[in-house]
Every structure is written in structure tokens, then in C-alpha cells.
Design a protein around this ligand. Structure first.
Ligand code: PNW
Length: 463
């Protein structure tokens, strides 16, 4: 099936949420101001060789000091919502668990300003900046981390829950477990393959406990959600099936169904005994939620190889239990991340969720593209960024969302990643995802052409 062109009238339902997304460590800077302490990403980015060019989030786009002007840009864009995350080490900077009022006040001011502007804040509670003191105790391999994060969620819900009615527990637990504990590319970069399942289980547990904490302490009836980056692959059907089991159903099934699939235990036999799953955990994880966020960027191409499935149970691997699967070069146009562009992958993913988990409303919580953006001064003497590739990408992916809506998917929102250029994790500042360009030497903000394009798109499509 193909996602474009769209041959029917606009499908976006009333109250569809258009917006953009950001996360704390990627934009804020001010790493040691107002009592903030290190997160595992501060430690990781300051470890030589981990992040491209040795970039760190120490300054980032200095949103901590530019937030008022930056939120004016958010208002100018005209979206209904703004998705941002709370920096955990600003809120609970020390192992004693005491809340830091300066940190809470920062986010409280942001919430108030957004509400002033008529923009709905969507608060992500965990976007990867685990306090280093929890990292020192094993991070997500320590079951206690889930309980500590629930305590943190309760504090945020108490402080902001009178004004914020939409909380996301976790952003992309796959990255926070498989890329971070299985592989080496994300903090803490442990690289111990199969332990990723244990980290994933503790993240699942944190999701359930955080849902309970927010529900207990926030206002009337908070909207709860979680955001996953489902591995979207094509190619050999056995390979696609196994990667879906390992990377996707490890999160989808416990969260939405209250079980781990039996096939997952079978596939991981010999590398993971799942003894970390305790009685009652699955009931805790299986909390009612209001929507499932999906972050979609690209589609992979996979095939079975001649290698054995388990060379070494402790080998670094982002896909433990899949070492016999090859990731092939993808066809077609690629982005500055070298990710291929496949809007139909977004359509397929939305329809797959609609068919297999029909009860849960969906939100495209991130979608966007890194481009080799360049600032040029046009004849008008004004600085421009002509990012036609980004405009085409957004256009085609929004068309895929429209097509999925038309075909019965219950999609409630679309968030472009990202409002601003920012710290792109292991790729530092070289890769730019923003619709607003940031000059990192002056902190000047320059609206890219895609900003004007998305602004008009929202104005024309919101109801
Ligand atoms: C997501 N991968 O990260 C995050 O939610 C954002 O913070 C990030 O900036 C954005 O996508 C763009 O990368 C991912 O390697 C990072 O599969 C890496 C992967 C997937 C998502």
C-alpha cells in the first residue's frame, strides 16, 4: 500500500493535537545551575569517545535561559500542544530523594507560560536523564530504580498536576534498555547484550508505578501515556517477526495486555531466564492508559544470516537473541542520520497497531528528519535555511497519518521532532532535526523554511 497522494479530504478529527517535541537534556544546558546534578548522560557525554566530536549537553541550546523567547516561537508556530520532558536531576538532585524547589519552579513557569498561550503541555517524565546516583546503583538493572522514579513522578504530579493534565511516563524504553545496556551507543553504554531484557522489565515496571503515582497525586483525571519507538522492519518474514518480538512486544504486550509473550521466553532461552519478573509485576505494568505514543523515523531491511543465534551470552548487542539476523542497506533516499525515508512505514505501523491493539488510541509522538541544513543570507539580507527535504518529509509523513486515519486508525495527535536543533545524543550537535535552526556559537535562533511550512499546514488542517 502507498501513503500518497491523498485522494480524499482532510481526515484529521476535531481536537487532533498538532505540536512539536523536545527533551530536557537535549535543549536545556545549565547543567550545573540551580542545584542540578549529573545524569547518566552527563557522565556518558563527558567520557571521551562516546559522543561525536566530544559534544556534551552542558550548554546545548541554553533553553534554560532562553525559554521565554523560545516559547514565543512555539506560540508563533500555532500548534495545540508542546511536548517536553522534565529533567530528573533538576527535581531530585541528591540520593536522599529531597525535591529541589528551583527545579520545580523552572517547569512550573514553562507550564504557566504555555497555558497563557493556550497551548496544552504534554509532560514526559523520563527522557533518559537518569540521575547519576541511581546509575551508580546499577541504573535500570536495579529494580529499586523503578520505585525511585515513581517517587519522582509523584513529586512532579503534586507540583504540576493542578495545571498539566497529560503525562507520559517514559520515552522510548527500547533505547533506554537495548541501546544502553545491551549495546554501547547510549548511556550508560554497558554493552552486555541480554541484560537489556532485565533493564526493559524494570522500565516496564517503572511505567506502571509512575502511572499509579501520577494518578494518585495529579488533578482530576490525568491523561496517561507512554511513548515507544517500535522497530519497523521489512524483508525476511522470520527476521521481521523475531525483531518485532524482541524489540516491540517486550513493551507492547506487558503494557497493553499484561503478559510477556511465551514466544519471547522461548526465543531468549539460554541468554535470559526472566527470573527478575516477580509475582504481581505484570498486573502493575498493565495500567490503563489513555494513548500510546509512537516515534517513527525510518524503516529497516532485515534478512536471516548463516550465523548462530547466540554466539556469546554476554556479547554487546542491541538485539540480543537476534545475532543471526542481518540489517541490510536500505533502498531509496536517506537522511543526514543515514536513515531511509519511508512514509509508508508510518502508515503500516499505525495500521498494525490498529489491527492488533485496537483498544488503544495512538499519537505520533515524534516524527522528523535530520538534514545538512545551511544558513544562507538571501538577497533580502535576511538569514534563511531552505530545508526542502524536511518539508517533503513532513508532508509525506503527515499524508501517511491522514491515510491511516482514513483507513480507521484512531490517531489523536502528531508531534514533529523537533522544535529546535538540539543535542542529538551520540551524534552531538552535528545532526539537526529542528524546524528552528540554532547557531551554537551565538545561540541565535533562525526559523527554517519548514517552520513556515508547518505553521501553515497546522493552520489549514486544525479544526
Ligand atoms: C529518538 N535508534 O531517539 C528520541 O526520542 C529523541 O530524543 C531523538 O532526538 C530522536 O529520536 C532522533 O534520533 C532515537 O538508534 C535515537 O534506533 C536512536 C534511535 C532511535 C530513536
Amino acid at each position: 500500500p502507498t501513503a500518497s497522494p491523498v485522494a480524499f479530504p482532510t481526515a484529521f478529527p476535531p481536537n487532533f493535537m498538532f505540536g512539536t517535541a523536545t527533551s530536557a537534556y537535549q535543549i536545556e544546558g545549565a547543567a550545573h545551575e540551580d542545584c542540578r546534578t549529573d545524569s547518566i548522560w552527563d557522565t556518558f557525554s563527558h567520557t571521551p569517545g562516546k559522543v561525536l566530536h566530544g559534544d556534551t549537553g552542558d550548554v546545548a541550546i541554553d533553553f534554560y535561559h532562553h525559554w521565554e523567547d523560545d516559547l514565543k516561537l512555539v506560540r508563533e508556530l500555532g500548534g495545540d500542544t508542546f511536548r517536553f520532558s522534565i529533567g530528573v536531576p533538576r527535581i531530585i538532585p541528591t540520593p536522599d530523594g529531597k525535591p529541589n524547589q528551583q527545579g520545580l519552579d523552572f517547569y512550573s513557569r514553562i507550564v504557566d507560560k504555555l497555558l497563557d498561550y493556550g497551548i496544552k503541555p504534554i509532560v514526559t517524565l523520563y527522557h533518559w536523564d537518569l540521575p547519576q546516583y541511581l546509575g551508580d546503583q546499577g541504573g535500570w538493572l536495579n529494580r529499586d530504580t523503578a520505585y525511585r522514579m515513581a517517587d519522582y513522578a509523584a513529586i512532579v504530579a503534586k507540583e504540576l498536576g493542578d495545571r498539566v493534565d497529560s503525562f507520559t511516563t517514559l520515552n522510548e524504553p527500547w533505547c533506554a534498555s537495548f541501546l544502553s545496556y545491551g549495546g554501547t551507543e547510549h548511556a550508560p553504554g554497558l554493552g552486555q547484550g541480554p541484560v537489556a531484557f532485565e533493564a526493559a522489565h524494570h522500565l516496564n515496571l517503572a511505567h506502571g508505578l509512575m502511572c499509579q503515582a501520577v494518578r494518585a497525586y495529579a488533578g482530576a483525571k490525568p491523561q496517561l501515556s507512554v511513548v515507544l519507538n517500535l522497530q519497523e522492519n521489512r524483508g525476511d518474514s522470520d527476521a521481521v517477526h523475531r525483531l518485532d518480538l524482541i524489540g516491540n512486544r517486550t513493551f507492547l504486550d506487558p503494557m497493553l495486555r499484561g503478559y510477556y509473550p511465551a514466544e519471547l521466553f522461548a526465543v531468549t532461552q539460554g541468554i535470559c531466564d526472566w527470573s527478575f519478573v516477580r509475582d504481581g509485576d505484570l498486573q502493575l505494568i498493565h495500567q490503563p492508559i489513555d494513548w500510546m505514543g509512537l516515534n517513527y523515523y525510518s524503516t529497516g531491511l532485515v534478512a536471516m544470516s548463516d550465523r548462530p543465534q547466540f554466539p556469546q551470552s554476554t556479547a554487546a548487542s542491541v538485539n540480543p537473541g537476534a545475532s543471526d539476523i542481518d540489517h541490510l542497506p536500505t533502498p531509496g533516499e536517506h537522511t543526514a542520520m543515514d536513515w531511509n525515508i519511508d512514509p509508508n512505514g508510518l502508515y503500516r505501523q499505525l495500521m498494525r497497531m490498529t489491527n492488533e491493539y485496537p483498544e488503544i488510541p495512538l499519537v505520533v509522538a515524534e516524527n522528523g528528519i535530520a538534514c545538512w541544513d545551511a544558513v544562507i543570507t538571501d538577497a533580502d539580507g535576511v538569514k534563511h535555511v531552505h530545508d526542502e527535504q524536511r518539508i517533503a518529509y513532513l508532508h509525506d509523513h503527515l499524508a501517511a497519518v491522514e491515510r491511516a486515519l482514513h483507513d480507521g486508525a484512531d490517531v489523536r495527535g502528531y508531534f514533529q521532532w523537533s522544535m529546535f536543533d538540539n543535542f542529538e545524543w551520540a551524534f552531538g550537535y552535528e545532526r539537526r532535526f529542528g524546524i528552528v535552526y540554532v547557531d551554537y556559537s551565538t545561540q541565535e535562533r533562525i526559523r527554517k523554511d519548514s517552520f513556515a511550512w508547518f505553521r501553515r499546514y497546522i493552520a489549514e488542517h486544525r479544526s
